[in-house]
Design a protein around this ligand. Structure first.
Ligand code: 5GP
Ligand code: MG
Length: 456
């Protein structure tokens, strides 16, 4: 973004996007007098950026990042923005997504003598842009060339001197939007970040588009040559994004509410109460309640101070963490036929624990309704579900899963129901994890998911 003193704005934007990554965070800013400033570390945004840290980042243009590791280890070395030298000023890059062919690009660059300091795909992109810039002396051309060589999901904010670039892979897999601030422009993964910076959404950045923002000027747009068909990640609407964001024209809250309404029509059930699994199942449960007439109750209380369960390394730890995070109100469940609504099932950890908790406080029947079709295949584009063996639905039918989770019934949203709820044409949505059909060629898929997570 640009404006007077960029860092305090970026801080607000990062706080708004904390849900997108809690492992590390960072910022880079550019000052015409003093050059590049950066600060990054492991941890949450408010831990890393105290007042001193924000004030130390000088300049009216900068970028920030929160990291959720899918490619490259979760370590300080791979924290972003990634800084790469070029023939003139450094570039700083913040990346959301996964580049699927980065290993082969990296190997060929290593053969030519490029040295890498981390294991992340983002560094490969940065080195490639830097190389192309040395050949062409035009940054938009360098970016366009790098985009031609790299395949995968990427939404990028990049700083080069006083100029900010934002670009999005040709399928538009991960979201990226452009907004106006009081005194400049901003780009962000989600519109909520622009709103919390005090600005307003202008539009989504198009798949394959490169936007260039220079101080005091209108944003300029360049098209990369290879614009393929759109493939927006369905999981952004299902789970990942905040409900108060608008992605590719669709308000997440409305999509989730429609998912609940659709589930109620597709898979009705006789029950006394519907309870969401907080937080991400709330709008869906509300939609289900309105459509079915079953009353809505908040029967599971979420602790505000518990760390994430999803990334814990061990299944037992994850189960304990679910119990620390969510606790049932006995009165809501005792003697009742209950519908539990969760946004998705990945490994099944969350619902297995919740069903047993809810039964232990007297629920008579437990019916699960899931706001997403069965997740049966890995994601190669930036969601941390890499291993088929972890996915409970990869090798089991609905009835078997219901039994494993201890539920009286289990129904998933249909694929068609999901598409209708999102409101985009089916051929514009990436549903790789639920269809095992991907919008891009995944080189040696077999080989890829046999590697350990740390190799990505
Ligand atoms: P499961 O417990 O079945 O492995 O995962 C499903 C639950 O985790 C759902 O309640 C969903 O809200 C949440 N979830 C799904 N995907 C992710 C993710 O990528 N990260 C985190 N932190 N939670 C997730
Ligand atoms: Mg959840």
């Amino acid at each position: 973004m640009s404006g007077h003193g960029a860092a305090p704005y970026i801080y607000l934007g990062l706080r708004a996007l904390q849900h997108r990554g809690q492992e590390s965070a960072g910022m880079a800013t550019w000052s015409s007098h003093a050059g590049l400033y950066q600060h990054k570390s492991m941890g949450a945004v408010h831990e890393i950026f105290n007042r001193d840290a924000v004030e130390s980042l000088r300049g009216s243009v900068g970028i920030g990042h929160v990291r959720y590791a899918t490619t490259g280890r979760s370590s300080a070395r791979n924290a972003q923005p990634v800084i790469i030298p070029t023939i003139d000023r450094e570039i700083a890059i913040g990346h959301n997504g996964d580049i699927v062919n980065f290993m082969s690009v990296k190997k060929s660059m290593q053969r030519e003598g490029t040295a890498f300091f981390g294991s992340a795909d983002t560094e490969v992109m940065g080195q490639l842009i830097s190389y192309e810039y040395s050949q062409t002396h035009s940054m938009p051309t360098a970016i366009r060339r790098a985009m031609g060589a790299l395949s995968g999901a990427y939404a990028i904010a990049m700083l080069h001197g006083n100029t900010l670039y934002a670009f999005r892979d040709p399928n538009g897999i991960r979201p990226l939007c452009l907004g106006a601030l009081e005194n400049g422009y901003a780009v962000a993964s989600e519109s909520v970040a622009i709103e919390l910076m005090g600005g307003g959404l202008i539009r989504d950045i198009e798949p394959g588009e490169i936007v260039m923002i220079e101080k005091g000027q209108q944003p300029r747009s360049y098209k990369s040559q290879n614009t393929s068909s759109r493939a927006h990640c369905m999981f952004e609407w299902v789970y990942f994004s905040r409900p108060d964001s608008v992605l590719d024209g669709k308000l997440v809250y409305n999509v989730r509410k429609r998912i609940g309404e659709t589930l109620a029509r597709e898979s009705p059930v006789k029950a006394d109460v519907i309870v969401p699994v907080p937080d991400s199942g709330r709008p869906q449960a509300l939609g289900f309640s309105e459509e079915s007439g079953i009353s809505y109750s908040e029967g599971l209380i979420k602790s505000r101070f518990v760390e994430r369960t999803f990334i814990l390394p061990d299944q037992k730890l994850r189960r304990q963490a679910v119990r620390m995070k969510l606790h049932p109100i006995a009165d809501v469940f005792n003697g009742k036929r209950v519908v539990l609504l969760d946004d998705s099932i990945v490994r099944g950890t969350t619902l297995r624990e919740i069903v047993s908790m809810v039964r232990s406080v007297g629920a008579k029947e437990v019916h699960l309704r899931i706001g997403c079709p069965p997740i049966i295949a890995p994601c190669y584009f930036g969601i941390d579900m890499k291993d088929r063996n972890d996915l409970i639905a990869a090798s089991r039918k609905e009835a078997e899963i219901a039994q494993e989770l201890g539920a009286d019934s289990l129904k998933y949203l249909s694929l068609n129901g999901l598409v209708k709820s999102i409101g985009l044409p089916e051929n514009q949505i990436c549903m790789g994890c639920i269809t095992a059909k991907y919008p891009l060629n995944i080189p040696q898929e077999q080989q890829r998911f046999q590697q350990s997570l740390n190799d990505f």
